[in-house]
Design a binder for this molecule. Structure first.
Ligand code: NAP
Ligand code: MG
Length: 404
C-alpha cells in the first residue's frame, strides 16, 4: 500500500514522561506505516527546555505561526520537586502558557463519546464542549511575596505622558502575598469571536459566565465585550440558526451545567476553563477521553491532549512494570492535526486517514479492548484490559483493516 503524501509539515512538539513514551508508539505503530509523515520536530521535553533555556518552546511557537498546524505532547510544568529531579537552571514557565500567549486564541475541549462509557452525571446525554480563553489572567501574572508591613499600589503610566493613575491594593500590617493580572480587549474580543463562530459552526448554544458581581471592572469587561459583540454581529445569526447565547454568574453556571443534558459550548475564562475541563472530562469517563485544540484568531491550530504527562504511570514504567495508560487523547491530537493539515492543503487522503484513525480507536474500545482507566468504569460485559502498547497495537490492527 502506498503511503499517504503530505504537502506541508506539521509542527511536532514532543514532551515528557509517559506521554513521551506513547508519542513514539503512536508515531511508529499508527502513523508512519500509513503516512509519509512530514514534521518539523521540536523537543519540548524538560531536559531540552532546560538545555536551551526554554528557547525551544519559543521556536516551536514561531514555527506554528509559520506553518499553521501543530501537534503537542503533554509536558511537565516545573515546580520545586522538578527543580531537584531534573537539576534545572530555573523554574521554567509552563510551555502551554508560553505557546498560548504567543499564538493567542481559545482552547476548545470536547469529550470523546464511546458506547459503554457512560457519563457519571446521569442527566448528561450530549457532549459539553469547554471553550477556554487561552490568554492572560493568572497565567500571565506577576506575583510578589510581601515581606512585612508596607503598602502595595497598582499604577498605570500612560505611554503618551499623561498623568499616572494609582489604586492601593493593600496596606500590609504584616507579611503576605500580592498578584497582578491583566487581559487585553483585543484578546477578549478574539475569544468571543471564536466562541460565537464555533457555536454557529456546530449549531450549539453558547454559555458564558464570569464573577462580574465581585470583579466589577475586570470580569465585567469580559461580560460587556461578549454582550456588545453578540448584539452587533451575532444575534441575528444565532436566531436564524435556532441557537442561544446565555450569560450567567460562574457559580450559577456550574449548578446549571450539572443538571443539564449537555450539548452546548461552555465558554470559560482561562482559569475556569483549566479547572472545569478536568471536571467535565473526568465526569464523561476519563481525562484521556477529551480532545483539545487551540484555535488562534490568526489562523493557527495547535492540537494536544488535555491531560498531563501521567507521572505515576511513568515511574511504574521506569521500574519495568506494565502500565495501562490511555493514549486516546494523544491519538486524537495527531488525527486532529493531520485532518486540519489535509483540509488546509487540499489533500483529502490525509483527511480520510484521520477519520479512519479515529474510527479504529473508538471501534477498538467498543469491541471491548481498552486500557485500565476505561475497563474500571465500562458498562460493556467482559472488557479486556490491555497494557499501553497492546492497546495501540490493537488499534493498529483495526486501522490496517479500515484502510485495506
Ligand atoms: P496527569 O498527568 O493528568 O495525571 C493525573 C492522573 O490522572 C494520573 O495519575 C492517572 O490516574 C490519570 N490519568 C491522566 N491521564 C491518563 C491517561 N492518559 N491514562 C490513564 N490515566 C490517566 O496529571 P498530574 O499527574 O497532575 O501531572 C503530571 C505532570 O503533567 C505535571 O508535571 C504537570 O505539570 C503536567 N501537566 C501537563 C499538561 C499539559 O502539558 N497539557 C497538563 C496537565 C499537567 P491514576 O494514577 O489513578 O491511574
Ligand atoms: Mg489543567
Amino acid at each position: 500500500m502506498a503511503k499517504i503524501l503530505m504537502k506541508t509539515p506539521l509542527v511536532e512538539m514532543d514532551g515528557d514522561e509517559m506521554t513521551r513514551i506513547m508519542w513514539k508508539m503512536i508515531k511508529d505503530d499508527l502513523i508512519v506505516p500509513f503516512v509519509d509523515l512530514k514534521t518539523e520536530y521540536f523537543d519540548l521535553g524538560l531536559e531540552n527546555r532546560n538545555a536551551t533555556d526554554d528557547q525551544v518552546t519559543i521556536d516551536s511557537a514561531n514555527a506554528t505561526k509559520r506553518l499553521g498546524v501543530a501537534v503537542k505532547c503533554a509536558t511537565i510544568t516545573p515546580n520545586a520537586a522538578r527543580m531537584e529531579e531534573y537539576d534545572l537552571k530555573k523554574m521554567w514557565k509552563s510551555p502551554n502558557g508560553t505557546i498560548r500567549a504567543m499564538l493567542d486564541g481559545t482552547v476548545f475541549r470536547a469529550p470523546i463519546l464511546v458506547k459503554g462509557i457512560e457519563p457519571y452525571v446521569r442527566t448528561w446525554k450530549a457532549p459539553i464542549t469547554i471553550a477556554r480563553h487561552a490568554y492572560g489572567d493568572v497565567y500571565r501574572d506577576v506575583e510578589m511575596r510581601v515581606p512585612g508591613p508596607g503598602r502595595v499600589d497598582l499604577t498605570y503610566t500612560p505611554a503618551d505622558g499623561g498623568d499616572p493613575q494609582s489604586v492601593c491594593v493593600h496596606e500590609f500590617a504584616g507579611p503576605g502575598v500580592v498578584e497582578g493580572m491583566h487581559n487585553l480587549d483585543e484578546s477578549i474580543t478574539g475569544f468571543a469571536h471564536a466562541c460565537f463562530s464555533y457555536a454557529l459552526e456546530t449549531r450549539q448554544d453558547l454559555w458564558f459566565a464570569t464573577k462580574d458581581t465581585i470583579s466589577k471592572t475586570y470580569d465585567h469587561r469580559f461580560k460587556d465585550v461578549f454582550a456588545d459583540l453578540y448584539e452587533a454581529e451575532y444575534r441575528e445569526k444565532f436566531e436564524a440558526a435556532g441557537i442561544e447565547y446565555f450569560y450567567t454568574l460562574i457559580d450559577d453556571a456550574v449548578a446549571r451545567v450539572m443538571r443539564s443534558e449537555g450539548g452546548f459550548i461552555w465558554a470559560c475564562k482561562n482559569y475556569d476553563g483549566d479547572v472545569m475541563s478536568d471536571m467535565v472530562s473526568t465526569a464523561f469517563g476519563s481525562l484521556a477521553m477529551m480532545t483539545s485544540v487551540l484555535v488562534s484568531p490568526h489562523g493557527y491550530w495547535e492540537y494536544e491532549a488535555a491531560h498531563g504527562t501521567v507521572q505515576r504511570h511513568y515511574y511504574k514504567h521506569l521500574k519495568g512494570e506494565k502500565t495501562s495508560t490511555n493514549s486516546v487523547a494523544t491519538i486524537f491530537a495527531w488525527s486532529g492535526a493531520l485532518r486540519k493539515r489535509g483540509e488546509l492543503d487540499g489533500t483529502p487522503d490525509l483527511v480520510r486517514f484521520a477519520d479512519a484513525l479515529e474510527r479504529a480507536t473508538i471501534g477498538t474500545i467498543e469491541s471491548g479492548k481498552m486500557t485500565g482507566d476505561l475497563a474500571r468504569i465500562t458498562t460493556l460485559p467482559n472488557p479486556q484490559q490491555l497494557d499501553t502498547e497492546e492497546f495501540i497495537l490493537a488499534i493498529a490492527d483495526r486501522l490496517q483493516k479500515e484502510l485495506a
